[in-house]
Design a protein around this ligand. Structure first.
Ligand code: NDP
Length: 473
């Protein structure tokens, strides 16, 4: 018996993805650098044992695969992926395809495409979202590469992906690094979504003096309304959890220093490179960075005092609406980054499909994404803030966002992401901004020129010299 597909890397994700493939009736062969994991995997495959095979020896593993061979790589992102590709190459033949399913930086994916170009060995860069559970029972899968290669892997990937109303959450999105780029932006949006939830929790805890249990009940309630999403749901569970060791709410014994593996930061960097505002994502990345300098923050608190406690007067209804408005701004930014990247790279990214395949399987899955997919359904790539259904939602909810950001400012509570969302909205709907002054300054010190209202061409002003002794205006 030969395997339909191969999988390299039995980490948390790889192991679960392999079981998922087997569960869907395909035969999967596995390989892992540390051979013991292959034996353990096969021993623990239980009822799926008939659909899995494997070897701790790479050539033997490759020999188990049906031709043309498809090999998924699910190892630590970065150099390990290059190492595995280098080991695989001599063992593969024309027509075979390597599928990198890790969280690759899309620039690496583009490089890997060009390195394999002309070898006859195909490549796909796919983003897989949903963590351990998604990998096991159905992740969201974002595919990038050539359409011909995609056809080879389509049946398996479509089958193992999550389903939303019966539709697979796996789609081909574009050539080259498109899949990994979209996964990167997905993670950036995830950062912003999580940070805004944390900021709202901060208002509840510090501004309103609510207990974790009381907060948990509010989030559980919100999960029945427009914020209905996986992240809101798990927030309720995290806040309700009790610590067995101390008997205290678990969230109260967890250190407030967040980790990050890089995808949120890449997302912000790509937005900056493309010249698209993604301040909610930047705010979320910065919030994690400042969270990590805990000792310094403690010194800061000793110097300036902590924010006010229990003095806020905001309603829970306003907090719910503010979170919705903040979320709209964050998703508007994320989708604007993808629209711009699509234009730059000629990817023709289907924004409605992206929203669709994020409706299930991934961490940001929500009712909200169904609304986004409908907004982009007509093929429009205009900013979400201009899509009619979102105009009415934002019109209805931005006042609450303003009230919450104002409450945070007055009560000395940090809200980097929510306040960025509000600033973005206010800048986005300001027809006459203030960079006319910036242009004046740029012309003053650098003769950069400016455009005049209602006139074509580039203009300069004759500015006075500020050299000492020269005449002042
Ligand atoms: P890790 O990122 O922890 O990677 C572990 C696997 O990588 C092991 O199989 C390990 O082999 C292998 N590996 C590491 N270095 C090498 C190397 N130089 N050569 C060969 N194999 C190597 O595992 P995860 O399952 O967490 O993640 C896999 C990928 O999926 C990553 O790109 C990650 O970013 C991405 N991802 C992870 C998610 C998650 O929730 N964990 C969610 C979505 C994507 P060995 O056993 O020999 O050490």
């Amino acid at each position: 018996q030969e395997a339909d597909i191969g999988l390299i890397g039995l980490g948390v994700m790889g192991e679960n993805l392999a079981l998922n493939i087997a569960d869907n009736g395909y035969t999967v062969a596995v390989y892992n650098r540390t051979a013991g994991k292959v034996d353990a995997f096969l021993d623990n495959a239980g009822p799926l044992r008939g659909n899995v095979m494997g070897s701790g020896e790479l050539a033997a593993f490759v020999g188990m695969l049906k031709r043309p061979r498809s090999v998924i790589i699910m190892v630590q992102a970065g150099d390990p992926v290059d190492a595995v590709i280098a080991q695989l190459r001599p063992l593969l033949a024309e027509g075979d395809v390597i599928i990198d399913a890790g969280n690759a930086n899309y620039h690496d994916t583009v490089r890997r495409f060009s390195e394999l170009d002309g070898t006859g060995i195909g490549f796909l860069g796919i983003g897989v979202s949903g963590g351990e559970e998604g990998a096991r029972h159905g992740p969201s899968i974002m595919v990038g590469g050539s359409e011909a290669q995609w056809k080879n892997a389509e049946a398996v990937l479509t089958a193992i992906a999550a389903k939303f109303n019966g539709e697979s959450c796996c789609a081909y999105l574009g050539t080259g690094g498109a899949g990994h780029f979209v996964k990167t932006i997905h993670n950036g949006i995830e950062y912003a979504d999580m940070q805004m939830i944390a900021e709202i929790y901060g208002v509840m805890r510090d501004g309103l003096g609510m207990t974790p249990d009381a907060c948990a009940k509010v989030f559980a309630d919100w999960n029945k309304g427009p914020l209905d999403s996986y992240l809101i749901e798990i927030t309720g569970h995290v806040l309700a959890a009790m610590d067995e060791k101390t008997g205290q709410p678990l969230v109260d014994v967890i250190v407030d220093a967040a980790g990050q593996k890089g995808t949120g930061r890449w997302s912000a960097i790509e937005a900056l490179n493309l010249g698209v505002s993604a301040t909610t994502i930047e705010g979320a990345v910065a919030a994690r960075s400042i969270s990590a300098i805990k000792a310094e923050r403690e010194r800061g608190e000793a110097l300036y005092g902590a924010g006010m406690k229990g003095k806020a007067t905001i309603s829970l209804e306003a907090l719910e609406k503010a979170l919705l408005a903040g979320k709209i701004a964050a998703y508007a930014q994320g989708f604007a980054v993808m629209a711009k990247a699509s234009e730059e790279h000629g990817w023709n990214l289907p924004l409605d499909t992206i929203a669709k395949i994020w409706r299930a399987g991934c961490i940001i899955r929500s009712r909200f994404l169904d609304q986004i997919s409908k907004a982009f359904e007509a093929g429009s790539s205009d900013n979400l803030l201009t899509q009619p259904s979102f105009v009415s939602m934002m019109t209805e909810s931005n006042g609450a966002l303003r009230a919450v950001v104002a409450t945070c400012a007055v009560n000395e509570l940090p809200a980097p992401c929510l306040s960025s969302a509000l600033a973005y909205f206010d800048a986005y709907r300001q027809g006459r901004g203030t960079t006319n002054l910036t242009q004046g300054q740029r012309d003053f010190f650098g003769a950069h020129g400016f455009r005049r209202i209602g006139e074509e061409g580039d203009f300069h002003h004759s500015w006075p010299s500020l050299v000492e002794g020269a005449q002042q205006p």
